[in-house]
Design a protein around this ligand. Structure first.
Ligand code: NAI
Length: 348
């Protein structure tokens, strides 16, 4: 029987733990490499048919060609987002699959955690009380009840975020390029234009993928349309926000607070420990100076349930590839999993 070999890039201890556990049911041979996938590390994949990558492995057309030359035929993303892969470059050479849904609850709950922390300033209270400072000056928040939240992107994560916040008694405005009328009716939420959402929301939370059409959807011109003191939450992708414009908005107090689980240049820093080094990214360094900015390093997905589902679906995607089945393939043309063209064998 053929042995399935997987080159696993950007391995962290938690990845190895969960994948080894689930792999007991599959028996694949996995080479765990701590290095990210780059032009220099791509040769590590020689002899492997599949590579498994995460959000900060930049899978450019050049890297794809190099992988193809070494015999790689499947890139298995262990993430939902796929903006780091040049799908056009892979087309006709290497299948690309992803994990479309592993725990939308993990990400939605993290978005709400950022909102609650920024609003009630528990991140600052934690530091104060540890230094025996029991003053509450400057820690005032607002009732979320009856305030308006604008949710951009009503897919799996956006819908759950809306449901949770409805439980808080918030008014929910939603925007999506493909409005889901069934969802709107069932949960009593209202689709509005993006400009209306910007102008009427006290909190704006981003839950759409990053696409060529929506890069920097939050920039100086959209910020100008927002309410004074707006809170912006981004658990989507960093480049949805022009960070320099965000910083200007924070400096002018137009933006009241920002919760960022993703950052446009996160690839250089996130998931690694730089606590003993100077940060050379001045934009990131400026962001960390604001008391009303909370940055988490792309950890919204990071729950036990999500890691279990990620490992399960990724290994199942790889297993199905042996039968020439790609249920979670990302179609180059429509960028949707389960694309009908793929099912009829015409996608690739
Ligand atoms: P999904 O595919 O279920 O939903 C995305 C929704 O966004 C769809 O309804 C789509 O029509 C909509 N959309 C696409 N372009 C849009 C635009 N320009 N404006 C408004 N809406 C638009 O995806 P899901 O699972 O809800 O995830 C959303 C995003 O969250 C992912 O694409 C990924 O970038 C991010 N994510 C972040 C994680 C983290 O740990 N921070 C973990 C998982 C996902």
């Amino acid at each position: 029987m053929k042995i399935v070999k997987i080159a696993f890039f950007d391995t962290k201890p938690y990845d190895q733990e969960f994948f080894e556990k689930i792999n007991k049911d599959y028996g694949f041979q996995i080479g765990f490499f701590p290095a990210r996938l780059t032009l220099e590390t791509a040769p590590l994949a020689a002899g492997y048919e599949t590579v498994c990558v995460f959000v900060n492995d930049m899978v450019t057309a050049q890297i794809i060609d190099k992988l193809y030359e070494t015999g790689v035929r499947h890139i298995a993303l262990r993430s939902a987002g796929y903006n780091n892969v040049d799908l056009g470059g892979a087309y006709g050479k290497i299948h690309v699959t992803r994990v479309p849904a592993y725990s939308p609850y993990a990400v939605a709950e993290h978005a709400v955690a950022l909102m609650l922390t920024l609003n009630r300033k528990t991140h600052r209270a934690f530091i104060r009380t540890r230094e025996n400072n029991f003053s509450i000056n400057g820690l005032m928040g607002f009732d979320m009840y009856n305030k308006t939240v604008g949710i951009v992107g009503t897919g799996r994560i956006g819908q759950i975020t809306a449901e949770i916040l409805k439980g808080f008694g918030m008014k929910i405005l939603v925007y999506d390029i493909y409005p889901n009328k069934e969802f709107a009716q069932k949960f009593g939420v209202e689709y509005v234009t993006i400009d209306e959402l910007f102008s009427k929301s006290d909190i704006i939370s981003l839950h759409c993928p990053l696409t060529p059409q929506n890069i920097y959807m939050i920039d100086s011109s959209s910020i100008a349309k927002m309410r004074d003191g707006v809170m912006i939450i981004n658990t989507g992708r960093g480049k949805l926000i022009n960070t320099k414009d965000l910083i200007n908005g924070l400096k002018s107090r137009k933006i009241g607070s920002a919760g960022l689980d993703v950052y446009e240049e996160e690839g250089d820093y996130f998931f690694e420990d730089f606590s003993a080094e100077a940060i050379s990214d001045d934009v990131l360094a400026r962001l960390t100076t604001f008391p009303n900015v909370l940055i988490t390093s792309h950890q919204a997905f990071f729950t036990k349930e999500a890691l279990t589902n990620i490992a399960q679906t990724t290994l199942e995607n790889i297993s199905l590839m042996q039968e020439d089945k790609y249920p979670n393939e990302i179609c180059y043309r429509c960028s949707e999993d389960n694309c009908p063209r793929e099912r009829s064998g015409k996608c690739f």
